[in-house]
Design a binder for this molecule. Structure first.
Ligand SMILES: [Zn+2]
Length: 289
């Protein structure tokens, strides 16, 4: 708060940056280079715009905690502490060390953060995947945390909201990762049968076993613009069907055009749109949660 007193918003300073600077390494922290249009901007301005590029509108990756801050009413978020962590069931070399490193870097226990909170006063349980942790891959702990979050939503009788970002199943845990697809899907089915409302929000990238399980099982399936969403990679599909795929194949926009999504929603409008959806279901009596 105090810091804010000393920082005046610096407007339209982007043009003043010499073009050579763009080619050089961007100073760590202060400036950020858009991976899409390659223009650089003040990190602070980018953060204020919820990490949507000020020049081209590209949606940069968010951390789970940034997502919480952008969506959940201040002071309402409570982490669901599961106190579970991955073992190394296959004895995969270096796996536990990599987990430790990601825990330190992301301040997360795993590739998903789960918690309770409110969106404009309406209580929800939320699970947010973070691609900064092992590419958001789904191992046994990710699956278990998501299943437990769904069960908490059922117990509290509130909607379940999930933001996905994942490279797919976690190869270091082999078939135990794939099992999570069935476990999370079963938990959602039980939740749904009790009348629970499921909202899935796919962010870049949502692929593999995550896209083929809980990410696609929402009563509402939304996505952010430009998000890559798909099961197998482009090359694998092209080699299998021996056909060239369209350029926009597996983008959120392509999926929307082909009936696989309910809406593509700009990040700056997500909270407002989610509020509308939650309000509609609050009014319907039967679907109060
Ligand atoms: Zn850009």
């Amino acid at each position: 708060m105090l810091k804010d007193l000393f920082t005046k918003p610096k407007k339209k300073k982007y043009a003043a940056i010499p073009s050579e600077a763009a080619k050089q390494d961007v100073p760590e922290g202060i400036m950020t280079k858009c991976p899409e249009c390659k223009k650089i901007m003040y990190t602070k301005d980018l953060q204020k715009n919820l990490k949507v590029c000020l020049h081209c509108g590209h949606h940069l990756r968010m951390t789970a905690y940034e997502r919480v801050e952008s969506l959940i009413d201040e002071g309402t978020f409570q982490v669901l502490e599961d106190r579970i962590s991955s073992e190394n069931p296959l004895g995969f070399p270096g796996y536990l060390e990599k987990l430790e490193k990601d825990k330190k870097n992301t301040k997360l226990e795993e590739a998903v953060l789960t918690g309770t909170g409110a969106i404009n006063g309406m209580n929800i349980v939320i699970a947010i995947m973070d691609s900064h942790f092992r590419m958001g891959s789904m191992g046994s702990v990710v699956g278990e945390k998501i299943a437990r979050a769904i069960e908490t939503a059922a117990k509290l009788e509130v909607p379940f909201l999930i933001f996905t970002a994942s490279g797919g199943a976690r190869m270091q845990e082999g078939v135990l990762s794939l099992m999570q697809m069935a476990k999370t899907s079963a938990a959602l089915k039980m939740f749904s049968e009790k009348g629970g409302l499921i909202i899935s929000f796919m962010t870049h990238p949502t692929t593999g076993g995550v896209s083929a399980s809980f990410a696609s099982l929402g009563d509402y399936n939304f996505a952010e613009p430009g998000a890559l969403i798909g099961f197998a990679g482009r090359r694998v599909i092209e080699q299998t069907i021996r056909e060239e795929l369209p350029d926009d194949f597996q983008t959120a926009e392509f999926l929307l055009d082909h009936g696989q999504l309910d809406a593509v929603i700009h990040r700056l409008e997500i909270k407002e749109k989610l509020t509308t959806v939650l309000e509609i279901h609050q009014q319907e009596g039967e679907l109060t949660w």
